[in-house]
Ligand binder design. Structure first.
Ligand code: BGC
Ligand code: NOJ
Length: 839
C-alpha cells in the first residue's frame, strides 16, 4: 500500500495519511542549524552538533514512537471534537483532511478538523540559526469561530546525552525568561553558556506556560495536556524540572477568514562580555560589565540577537521571501545533474528520474551535513564524522558543492596519523579525532585517496594536493595533501599479512568483521576491542579497494610529474593483484578474508559465510578477472547465491551461531545487518561491477531492487520512507524479510548515485573531462541528462534505438563529431549540446 506519492514538479513527497509505517522524516537546514522533522511534526533541532547544542528534547525509542516535536494544539469549544492536534500526533486526532509535503529543506503539514483548516510550513532559512514555522488557520465554516491555539516545545538542556541521564542535576537547573511573546530558554546561561534558545511568535499572546508539569499535568502525556483542555494558560515560570515553551493565542475568525502566525525557534549567541544587559530604575540599559555600577542595577539576558532574528522574519511576507530563497538554492544545486523524465518512456523509469535527479542527491547532501550522527536511528550523541564514511559520502555531493567538498577533505585529512592510519571518527564541532573509536580500521586510509580522486576528477583542482594539512591535527606535523595520500597508499603496502594481502586491523569496510577481537564479554565494543592481535588476519576487500583506488593514485602521480612514484605505485598495485590472484580466488568467487588462524572466510570450504558480496563487487570494479572470466563467474555467483527479490544480501549462508573469531558479524540474528542482511551500501558495487561486464539489464535490475521509489506501494512491508535509501533491508533469512531499517544516513546514498549517474547512465567525471559510457537495459531507448561540469553545462542526449546494453558508436558535440568518448572541459560557462548514439 502507498502512504503518499511523489509530486515531481514540486520536488515534494506528499504523505497522504499520518499513520505511516514508521515516522517519515525530512531534514531542514543546510548550513549550521539542522532539524529532523517528521510527517507529524516530531523531531528536534540543533546548532551544529546534535549532541552538544540540541534545542528541543526528543525521546528516542519511546512509547509510542516519535515523542517530541513542535506541536500545536487547537481547541474550539463550540465544535464537536473540542481539542485536537492538527499534525495528527501527539493526540492522534481524527482529522477531516491531512497531508504532509516534504520538500527540499522544508515541510508543510496541512489538515482540517471541525471546519478549521490548519497549515504549518516549517523550514530553516539560509543564513540564520532557527526553525521557522508559519502557521495559518482558516475558518472554513459559515459561522464565526473562536479558537484557542497553544504552541508547544520542550527544551533540551543542550547536551543531549546529559539531558537524558543526569537527572539529579538537570531537574534543578532549568531556567527561562519570558518577555512579551518570547520565551527564552536560558538554562546554564548564568554560568558557562553564551547561548540561549528563543521560542517566539509574531503576535500578542493571551498567556504562556514554561513549566511542563503545569502545562501537561504530572500524569498526563503530550496527548492530553490539561491546560489545553482547560482552554487557559497558567503563565507558569519554570524553575528546575523541565522547561517548555507554550504560547496561548485566542483567534477569532470570521467565515472564510485566515490568520497567519510566524513562530520562530532560534539559537542565539552573545559575545562573552555582552551576555547580560543591566538596567536601572530609569530603564537605562547597558551591556557593560557589572563592576562599574553600583547596587540597584538589575540584569537580564542580552536579547539583541534574538530581537534581530525575530524582526527579520516578523511577517508572513518575509517568511515567504526566505522560503523562495531556499527553493532557489535547491533548484540551483539540483540543476547540476538532472535526468529528464520525459526522456524515459519505459514504465517505471520515472522512479529513476525522481530518485537520481532529485531525492538521491538530496539524501547525499543530508549525509554531507549529518554524516552518521542524527537520524531516527542515530541518536545524535554517538558517532561523529566517520573517516571512511565522509570520504565515501563525498562521492555523492562533490558535484553539488565542490568548494565545501574541498574543505571537508582537508578536515578529514587532518585527522590522519603520520603513518597513514587514521582516527576512525572525528567530532564535527572540534574537528578532532575521537579517542574512543581510535584507529586501526585498515581500509580507512584508502578512502581518502578515493575521495580526493573524486574531487580532482570533478574539479580539475590539482592545487588541493599542495595544501598543507596537519597530521593528527598537529600543525607541527603538517605536510602537503599529496603526502597524506602517499601515506595512505603506503600504509597498505607496509601492512600486509602472510598471503601478501592487507592486514585487516580492527575491521575493514565491514565494521562487523572483527577478526582480532575475540570478544566473550557482553557489552564489550566489537569495534574497539582487540583481545588478540594476531598480526595475521587479512582482508581481500582491502586488497581490491587498494587496486581500485591505487589506479587513481598512480594517475594522480603521473599527472603531477611524480614519475618514480607512479612506477612504484603501479608495481605495488600489480603485486596486490598478484596476491589476489594467488590467494584471493576461491574457484567461483573471490574470497573475503583470512581469519586470525589463517583460515579462509567467504570460501566454499566454510560452513556458513561461504560467499560475501563486498570483495566480489570491489574486485570486479577494479577490473580484476575481467580478462580471464573470473569477473563474470564472480558476479554470476553473486547472482546465484546472494540475490533476492529485495536486493543482494551481504553473505550466505548466514552465520547461525556466534563466532568469537569473526566478531560482531556473527552476533546479529541471521538476515539482519551485516549478517546476511541486504546491506544496501554495497549493492551499488555490484551494479558498477556489472557495468564493467557490460550487462546493462542486470546492472539496472540490481539498481532498482534497492531503490526505494520502486517499492513505494510496498510500504507496509518496507516501512521506511520511499524517497530515501535505507542502510539495511532484512535479508531472506530474517522473519521480516524485505523490511528496511536505518533510513537516511548511509553510504548507500552516495554509491547509489555514483552507480546510476556515472555507470548506468554513464556520465562520469574522469581526469580529462566527462566520460560518456552508458550501460543500460537494452529496452531503454535513450535518455537525456544535463550535467554541470567544471564551469560549463553539458546537455547530453543518448540515443539507444539500436537496443544495445553498452557501447558508444558516435558522439557529436555542438554539432561536430567527437573522437573518443571523453567530452572536453569547456570551462566557458556555456551550454553544450552533446548527442550520443549507442551501438
Ligand atoms: C553496525 C555497523 C556499524 C558499527 C559501528 C555496528 O553495530 O552493525 O553497521 O558500522 O556498528 O558503529
Ligand atoms: C555502517 C558504517 O557507518 C560504515 O562505515 C560501515 O562501512 C558499514 N556500517 C558496514 O559495517
Amino acid at each position: 500500500m502507498q502512504y503518499g506519492y511523489f509530486d515531481d514538479d514540486a520536488r515534494e513527497y506528499v504523505i497522504t495519511r499520518p499513520d505511516t509505517p514508521f515516522p517519515w522524516i525530512n531534514y531542514l537546514g543546510c548550513e549550521d542549524f539542522f532539524s529532523l522533522f517528521s510527517n507529524t511534526a516530531g523531531g528536534y533541532c540543533f546548532y551544529r552538533d546534535a549532541r552538544m547544542l540540541r534545542l528541543i528534547r526528543y525521546r528516542y525509542n519511546n512509547v509510542p514512537v516519535n515523542a517530541g516535536g513542535r506541536y500545536f494544539y487547537l481547541r474550539d469549544k463550540t465544535a464537536y471534537g473540542d481539542v485536537w492536534t492538527p499534525s495528527w500526533l501527539p493526540m492522534k486526532s481524527v482529522l477531516d483532511r491531512y497531508e504532509c509535503r516534504h520538500g527540499m529543506g522544508y515541510s508543510v503539514i496541512s489538515s482540517a478538523c471541525n471546519g478549521l483548516a490548519f497549515s504549518q510550513l516549517s523550514f530553516v532559512p539560509l543564513g540564520d540559526t532557527c526553525e521557522i514555522h508559519k502557521v495559518t488557520l482558516t475558518n472554513e465554516t459559515n459561522a464565526v469561530k473562536n479558537v484557542d491555539m497553544f504552541s508547544f516545545v520542550e527544551f533540551c538542556l543542550w547536551n543531549a546525552n546529559d539531558d537524558m541521564t543526569n537527572f539529579q542535576r538537570n531537574l534543578s537547573i532549568g531556567e527561562v525568561e519570558i518577555d512579551g511573546s518570547c520565551i527564552y530558554h536560558i538554562t546554564e546561561y548564568r554560568e558557562r553558556r553564551n547561548h540561549y534558545a528563543v521560542w517566539a511568535v509574531n503576535s500578542p499572546i493571551d498567556g504562556f506556560d514554561t513549566d511542563r508539569q503545569v502545562f501537561l499535568g504530572l500524569y498526563d502525556g503530550f496527548e492530553a495536556p490539561v491546560t489545553v483542555f482547560n482552554g487557559k494558560s497558567n503563565n507558569s515560570v519554570a524553575a528546575g524540572w523541565s522547561p517548555i515553551g507554550s504560547h496561548h493565542i485566542k483567534a477569532q475568525l470570521a467565515p472564510g477568514e485566515s490568520k497567519t502566525y510566524v513562530f520562530i525557534l532560534g539559537y542565539c549567541e552573545n559575545p562573552e562580555d555582552q551576555k547580560w544587559i543591566r538596567f536601572n530604575q530609569n530603564d537605562l540599559l547597558t551591556t557593560e560589565p557589572p563592576t562599574k555600577y553600583e547596587d540597584g542595577w538589575l540584569k537580564a539576558i542580552n536579547k539583541k540577537p534574538a530581537e534581530d532574528l525575530l524582526q527579520k522574519y516578523n511577517t508572513p511576507e518575509a517568511v515567504d521571501g526566505a522560503l523562495a530563497a531556499l527553493k532557489d538554492y535547491w533548484k540551483n544545486l539540483l540543476s547540476r545533474f538532472t535526468l529528464d523524465p520525459l526522456s524515459l518512456p519505459r514504465h517505471g523509469d520515472k522512479n529513476m528520474a525522481r530518485m537520481a535527479g532529485v531525492w538521491n542527491q538530496y539524501q547525499c547532501m543530508v549525509t554531507f551535513n549529518m554524516s552518521r550522527s542524527a537520524s531516527y536511528f542515530e541518536s545524535g550523541i554517538g558517532r561523529g564524522m566517520g573517516f571512511r564514511d565522509s570520504n565515501q559520502d563525498l562521492l555523492g555531493f562533490v558535484h553539488l558543492v565542490p568548494e565545501r567538498a574541498r574543505a571537508r577533505i582537508l578536515d578529514i585529512a587532518a585527522t590522519q596519523f603520520p603513518d597513514g592510519s587514521a582516527y576512525h571518527q572525528y567530532q564535527p564541532l572540534t574537528k578532532r579525532g575521537n579517542h574512543d573509536a581510535g584507529t586501526g580500521f585498515n581500509d580507512d586510509p584508502l578512502w581518502l585517496i578515493c575521495g580526493v580522486a573524486a574531487y580532482i576528477k570533478e574539479t580539475g583542482d590539482y592545487g588541493i594536493l599542495d595544501e598543507k594539512v596537519p597530521f593528527n591535527n598537529d600543525e607541527k606535523l603538517s605536510d602537503t595533501l599529496f603526502i597524506h595520500l602517499k601515506r595512505s597508499f603506503d600504509y597498505t603496502v607496509t601492512h600486509k599479512g602472510p598471503h601478501g594481502l592487507p592486514l585487516i586491523g580492527r575491521a575493514d569496510w565491514n565494521d562487523c568483521l572483527n577478526l582480532n577481537c575475540f570478544s566473550k564479554t557482553p557489552g564489550e565494543s566489537f569495534q574497539t576491542t582487540a583481545n588478540y592481535e594476531s598480526g595475521i588476519a587479512e582482508s581481500v576487500l582491502i586488497a581490491a579497494i587498494f587496486a581500485f583506488v591505487g589506479y587513481d593514485y598512480a594517475e594522480i602521480c603521473r599527472r603531477t610529474n611524480r614519475i618514480e612514484e607512479t612506477e612504484y605505485a603501479e608495481k605495488e598495485i600489480a603485486a596486490m593483484i598478484g596476491a589476489i590472484d594467488q590467494h584471493g580466488w576461491d574457484g567461483k568467487w573471490f574470497l573475503r578474508a583470512y581469519d586470525a588462524y589463517g583460515k579462509k572466510i567467504g570460501s566454499r570450504e566454510c560452513n556458513d559465510g561461504k560467499i560475501f558480496i563486498e570483495s566480489n563487487g570491489f574486485a570486479v570494479m577494479a577490473g580484476i578477472g575481467l580478462e580471464d572470466g573470473r569477473a563474470l563467474k564472480a558476479l554470476d555467483s553473486v547472482k546465484d547465491h546472494l540475490d533476492t527479490k529485495y536486493g543482494i544480501v551481504l553473505l550466505q549462508p548466514a552465520y547461525s551461531e556466534y563466532h568469537p573469531e569473526l566478531g560482531e558479524i556473527s552476533s546479529y540474528p541471521p538476515g539482519y545487518k551485516e549478517n546476511a542482511g541486504i546491506f544496501c551500501h554495497n549493492n551499488p558495487w555490484i551494479t558498477i561491477a556489472e557495468t564493467r561486464l557490460g550487462r546493462g539489464t542486470r546492472a539496472f535490475e540490481t539498481y532498482a531492487k534497492i531503490c526505494p521509489a520502486y517499492r513505494e506501494d510496498d510500504s507496509d512491508l518496507r516501512k521506511m520512507e520511499p524517497y530515501v535509501y535505507s542502510q539495511m533491508i532484512a535479508g531472506k533469512d530474517a522473519p521480516c524479510y524485505g523490511e528496511a531499517k536505518n533510513s537516511w544516513l548511509t553510504g548507500t546514498a552516495a554509491w547509489a548515485f555514483v552507480s546510476i549517474s556515472q555507470y548506468i547512465l554513464g556520465v562520469r567525471p574522469v581526469f580529462d573531462g566527462l566520460l560518456i559510457d552508458p550501460c543500460i537495459p537494452s529496452d531503454m531507448k535513450g535518455f537525456t541528462v544535463t550535467r554541470h561540469f567544471r564551469r560549463a553545462d553539458y546537455h547530453i542526449t543518448v540515443d539507444n534505438s539500436a537496443g544495445v546494453e553498452k557501447g558508444v558508436k558516435s558522439i557529436t558535440a555542438d554539432g561536430k563529431k567527437l573522437e573518443g568518448t571523453v567530452l572536453p572541459v569547456y570551462g566557458d560557462g556555456k551550454i553544450h549540446k552533446i548527442v550520443v548514439v549507442m551501438g
